[in-house]
Design a protein around this ligand. Structure first.
Ligand code: G3I
Length: 371
């Protein structure tokens, strides 16, 4: 091989020999290995050692410390609005290893009218991530919310099947192969990264573990899960496909329902690669997270914490969650649902790691120290 490594501090070659592809070992180290579907070019590493935000990176960053435990990436939600805030973007660049489009890749944004696709916002997010070497978790292919009314109005299964397949083929297909490696989906949302991109589908369950009522479940029953995941697999075979949901914060009935669904869908061959737990927690609500992760991991799927925020952002709540992921081998990534309280969807709960002035809060320091 013309190069055997890459990453922080690497000064050697950046092109893999024929027959080998670049494989991420961790944020500090890449290696050209035989086979695989990765790039033939060693990327610059996804974690900068440069201090460009308001937080010093001398003691490590959220991402660098997380991946030092063998994890894949510590990410944040973002979109054009927050990327255009200089302090926010600087923190994304320096502290985080990936991004999830907060709204720009949802159905209402990407296909507001049947067959009329709009990728302005999602392209902006993807292009920013690619140029800044961030992993991307796609979000979201099929979801009952932020769904245009023309989809909700469909009554027959053949039309809805075709509409789902067309939507996924266009959205997932648009970003196929643009990224270095592969990531995942939410069967109601998705996910990508250096490894490609991972659609995710999310929020299909009621709190008792039964299937949520939506146009998808009403017209197609549980089969919409298979239809959507098969379409996603076809659109981007290298992307890891995630199913994503909320209130999976203890080993509750919903967790058990999701485990049953994943096992059922995967019994005919693995379609669902990962499970995303959104992790929108209340203050003091982290105590059940370890049990939930353990139960979800028993499916054999990757687990990702996809939208973490905790009311009040108590340091102990945050470290309980982060330690639970560190302690669960299948838990590969954590994404906080934004960087600063200034831009949080639940801003009045001040749930994030940075305050409204983009300064790190005590929870930030506690998380860093816990890693
Ligand atoms: O863009 C319009 C703007 O033009 C308009 O003036 C303004 C007036 O209300 O609305 C703006 O759109 C808002 C959009 O966020 C972009 O800021 C919507 O009203 C608002 O409803 C939307 O909220 C998003 C919410 O999903 C919608 O369900 C949040 O930003 C987003 O953080 C949140 O994220 C979801 C995850 O995708 C799935 N899990 C739950 C999570 C919280 O609902």
């Amino acid at each position: 091989m013309s190069c055997t490594g890459g990453g922080i501090g690497w000064t050697g070659g950046t092109t893999c020999d024929s027959g080998t592809t670049c494989t991420t070992i961790n944020a500090y180290y890449f290696q050209c290995l035989p086979g695989g579907s990765g790039s033939t070019t060693i990327p610059s590493n996804p974690t900068s050692t440069t201090t460009s935000g308001s937080t010093s990176t001398a003691g490590g960053t959220l991402n660098s410390k997380f991946v030092s435990h063998g994890k894949k990436f510590f990410a944040s939600a973002a979109d054009s609005g927050t990327l255009n805030i200089a302090k926010n973007a600087a923190l994304l660049q320096s502290q985080f290893g990936g991004v999830t489009p907060e709204n720009s890749m949802k159905w209402d944004a990407t296909e507001p009218n049947r067959g009329q696709f709009n990728f302005g916002g999602s392209d902006a997010l993807v292009n920013w991530a690619v140029s800044n070497n961030k992993l991307i978790r796609g979000h979201t292919l099929v979801w009952h919310s932020q769904l245009p009314s023309w989809v909700s109005a469909i009554k027959d299964s053949a039309t809805l099947t075709s509409v789902i397949q067309t939507h996924i083929s266009n959205v997932a297909g648009r970003y196929k192969g643009k990224l270095y490696a592969v990531s995942s989906f939410q069967l109601i949302k998705f996910d990508w990264k250096l490894s490609g991109y991972r659609p995710k589908f999310s929020e299909i369950f009621n709190e008792d573990g039964s299937l949520r009522s939506s146009v998808f479940s009403q017209v197609l029953g549980q089969d919409f899960v298979r239809i959507a995941f098969q379409a996603a697999r076809a659109a981007d075979p290298t992307a890891k496909l995630y199913i994503n949901d909320y209130n999976l914060d203890s080993n509750n009935a919903k967790v058990q329902g999701l485990v049953r669904l994943v096992n059922s869908v995967n019994s005919g061959g693995k379609l669902i690669d990962g499970i995303g737990t959104q992790s929108h927690l209340g203050a003091g609500g982290a105590g059940g997270v370890q049990a939930a992760l353990t139960a979800l991991a028993a499916t054999g799927c990757e687990i990702a914490m996809t939208e973490l925020d905790i009311a009040g952002a108590a340091p102990n709540d945050y470290t309980t969650v982060v330690k639970a992921c560190l302690n669960t081998p299948n838990c590969v990534s954590i994404t906080t649902w934004g960087v600063s309280d200034a831009n949080s969807w639940r801003a009045s709960s001040t749930p994030l790691l940075y305050d409204t002035n983009y300064n790190p809060k005590p929870a930030y320091t506690a998380v860093l120290n816990a890693m």
